[in-house]
Design a protein around this ligand. Structure first.
Ligand code: SAH
Ligand code: SF4
Ligand code: F3S
Length: 465
């Protein structure tokens, strides 16, 4: 971006920050509280960390309790219908709260808000929503709040004129051990079922120097796990002035000194190169786990989905990964009941699931998304029938997961201890992203621990060595 455009955005932000430092105490007579409700994927969680950073900067304290908040924001997801229904239910709760609380603001942002029809629905039917803005306007939040608090009409801003990456916004991370690091935004793939490219805009990669700077600051702050985020991290680097790809970026982050781990999601099979597999195999900090969604095993369905690979290509990639990366594990996303999918097609999906032997699967029944090409494709199979296929898939995968977990018994793994469970046991994940529970002192939280796996019950259980 041109430096002067960037500078003017930063100046505007500073301007509203100082205006709000005068206005907020006058209105509330104390530090106001803000509550952020986040739905959807890690991208939204990461955006919410920026929103919280901005709100803190302009003078809010952050709370989890929306009943006592002066500013309640819903950062929404549009990926499936169910996600949208949940959000509307929760926005509806704000009506009564707002009546009781003078000066309270309600805002909606994120992928759902970015859609014209949702924007109109909120405008017409949810008069107590003060501010609605799209996925590319987070940096303007202080401006919206200032304007609304000083008498502006309700604000609706989902314009698409702005898609540059804004670096340098404050971030208030949710944890101190594991953190998100977006390396790119948007998506160019236009899978025919998917709303994401329509609400997140075109793919933009961050400059590698900005990513390295942020990764270094996370390591300096004591983070032990950094997860690189993008809708398709494998195409990182396209469109940048510098000559860099995802494999090279991984090597650069891996070279940062310190004991920490690097995870990443999501990988699109069509851009997964052998160079990347080799980088994963040789970078000791990089997880030996690939989340590699294949969506369907049927070549006909994959073609109508616009996924740009076939089942043979996918299986070949998995074979290469198994050969090159020691102790590699795989997870995947699958859609059941895509428009026009037959039981024969679905059996192809089962075939791929059985051949790959995924550690775990994220399975979804197809959900029609307004404005996507698949929404106008004939979809004759009933929901009930799709439900049966879905259950069949889950059952097949359960057996495979059990087999994969059991193969860990007897092995020793270095895990990052990241949780104390309700039963008092510690839990941590291997480099291959598999969870193991074990007994130990709570002081081990946040440390790397060697654990020998004793058994698999419904989870892997082990002993610290
Ligand atoms: N960018 C990632 C995934 C983003 S959405 C990728 O390409 O892998 C996460 C998952 O939601 C997708 O992988 C897909 O399996 C599922 N999904 C997306 N749109 C969907 C829809 N309309 N109905 C059902 N599942 C969907
Ligand atoms: Fe959606 Fe496909 Fe982009 Fe993933 S790659 S976000 S599934 S369009
Ligand atoms: Fe949902 Fe948007 Fe993520 S649609 S899955 S929050 S990119």
């Amino acid at each position: 971006m041109q430096n002067n455009v960037y500078q003017s955005i930063m100046d505007t932000l500073e301007d509203y920050t100082s205006k709000l430092s005068v206005v907020l105490p006058k209105i509330y007579g104390r530090k106001p509280l803000a509550c952020i409700n986040t739905y959807g994927c890690q991208q939204n969680v990461s955006d919410s960390e920026k929103i919280k950073g901005l709100l803190e900067k302009i003078g809010y304290d952050i709370t989890d309790d929306d009943e006592n908040a002066d500013f309640v924001l819903f950062n929404t997801c549009a990926v499936r219908e169910h996600a949208e229904d949940r959000v509307f239910g929760n926005i509806g709760r704000m009506k009564a709260l707002k009546k009781q609380r003078q000066g309270m603001l309600v805002a909606v942002c994120g992928c759902m808000a970015q859609q014209e029809r949702i924007c109109e629905r909120v405008r017409q039917s949810y008069p107590y929503v003060d501010i609605l803005f799209g996925t590319r306007h987070i940096h303007k939040l202080p401006e919206y709040i200032y304007k609304r608090l000083t008498g502006s009409a309700r604000i609706f801003d989902i314009s698409e004129d702005f898609s540059e990456i804004i670096e340098g916004l404050p971030i208030r991370r949710d944890g101190k051990l594991k953190g998100w690091l977006p390396i790119m935004y948007g998506c160019d793939n236009f899978c025919t079922y998917c709303i994401v490219p329509h609400v997140r805009g075109r793919e933009r990669s961050r400059k590698s120097c900005e990513i390295i700077k942020e990764a270094q600051s996370m390591v300096d702050a004591g983070f032990k796990e950094i997860t690189l985020l993008g809708q398709n991290v494998n195409s990182y680097g396209k469109g940048l002035d510098e000559d860099i790809n995802f494999a090279q970026l991984l090597r650069k982050i891996n070279a940062i000194k310190g004991d920490f781990r690097i995870r990443f999601m999501t990988s699109h099979p069509k851009d997964c190169t052998l160079e990347l597999l080799d980088a994963i195999a040789t970078c000791e900090k990089v997880e030996t786990h690939l989340h590699l969604p294949f969506q369907s095993g049927s070549d006909r369905v994959l073609k109508t989905m616009n996924r740009k690979y076939d089942s043979e290509g996918y299986l070949k990639l998995i074979k290469e990964a198994k050969e090159r990366i020691p102790n590699v594990s795989f997870t995947s996303d699958i859609i059941v009941g895509f428009p026009g999918e037959t039981y024969e097609d679905f059996k192809e999906t089962l075939r791929v699931v059985k051949e790959v032997e995924f550690q775990a699967l994220f399975t979804f029944i197809y959900s029609k998304r307004f404005g996507t090409p698949a929404a106008s494709m004939p979809d004759p199979i009933s929901r009930e029938e799709k439900g049966k296929w879905f259950s069949e898939l889950i059952k097949v995968q359960e057996e495979i997961s059990k087999k994969k977990y059991t193969s860990y018994v007897g092995q020793t793994h270095r895990v990052l201890c990241d949780e104390i469970k309700e039963n008092g046991k510690l839990s941590g994940k291997t480099l291959s992203a598999v969870e193991i529970e074990f007994e130990g002192e709570p002081s081990l939280l946040g440390q790397f621990v060697e654990v020998k796996v004793d058994r698999f019950t419904n989870i892997l259980e082990g002993t610290k060595i």
